[in-house]
Design a protein. Structure first.
Length: 269
């Protein structure tokens, strides 16, 4: 894989690209993470087959903070960057994959991704504006909205991001959390609290392209039953794809099984 460096408006966006030449797959990481969480997709058979691209969202990894953090650290702000990256890289017939916060960003970006052949989300319960709009979360930690969490809070959150007892948790997960711009968490929380959010459940209901939803069976943050109740007319294979033994981060915990699902989805849409 090779490093990527893009100039999107006033922002420097970093990431990695694999050597594959088949259909592009754009990977979007989660809250306080980075493109490093996708190493097991970029390398190996998946990255050798497909043109796999993993980017660092603004204020995360090696990407610069955005020019207007209050507005840009939001579902809509991240969506704008994703759409601009897809245009800059000329990603035709791409599969766009979002993990956790990245999945919310991908849903927000759906209308601005006419070049997408399919979307995949995981660790992402689409939120809605109905009273039960956030009921897809069963263990959402306040740490993900805290600008300066303590080391103990970061450690506790990290454990929730994997299956119970999973080891070893890679060191870079904590390093990425510490290095993320604290405003990314603070303003995201403020925007959610103020109701400045999209109705993602409605976006899912109105999608015209295939949507794959993946879920780790040992997931500690997202409720599978919520995902299974969603009205999703274009749901790939007609059901949520559950990966045994994985928690919130199946792309790392059970990479072989996750990559198989992603390969089958990207090969079928």
């Amino acid at each position: 894989m090779r490093p990527l460096s893009l100039q999107i408006g006033a922002q420097k966006i970093a990431g990695f690209e694999s050597a594959g030449t088949c259909r592009p797959i754009l990977l979007i990481h989660g809250n306080s993470s980075s493109s490093r969480i996708w190493q097991k997709q970029l390398q190996g058979p998946l990255g050798a087959k497909f043109r796999v691209i993993a980017i660092d969202l603004p204020g995360h990894g090696a990407s610069s903070p955005p020019p207007n953090p209050e507005a840009d650290y939001s579902g809509g702000g991240y969506a704008s960057v994703i759409a601009a990256i897809a245009r800059e890289l000329d990603l035709k017939n791409a599969v766009v994959v979002g993990w956790s916060l990245g999945g919310h960003a991908v849903l927000n970006a759906a209308a601005a991704l006419p070049m997408a052949a399919g979307l995949m989300i995981f660790g992402t319960p689409p939120i809605g504006k109905a009273p039960d709009g956030f009921s897809g979360f069963k263990g959402l930690s306040a740490t993900v909205f805290t600008p300066k969490p303590s080391e103990a809070e970061i450690e506790e959150w990290t454990k929730s991001a994997f299956a119970p007892g999973y080891a070893p948790i890679p060191d870079f997960v904590v390093v990425d959390f510490r290095n993320t711009d604290g405003n990314a968490r603070g303003y995201l929380g403020a925007n959610v609290q103020a109701g400045r959010i999209s109705d993602e459940a409605e976006i899912v209901r109105n999608l015209k392209i295939p949507l794959a939803i993946v879920h780790g069976r040992e997931e500690q943050i997202v409720d599978l039953r919520y995902l299974q109740r969603l009205a999703a007319p274009t749901l790939w294979r007609g059901e949520v794809q559950v990966i045994d033994g994985a928690g919130h981060a199946p792309q790392w915990e059970k990479a072989e099984a996750f990559n198989k699902v992603l390969d089958e989805f990207a090969s079928s849409v």
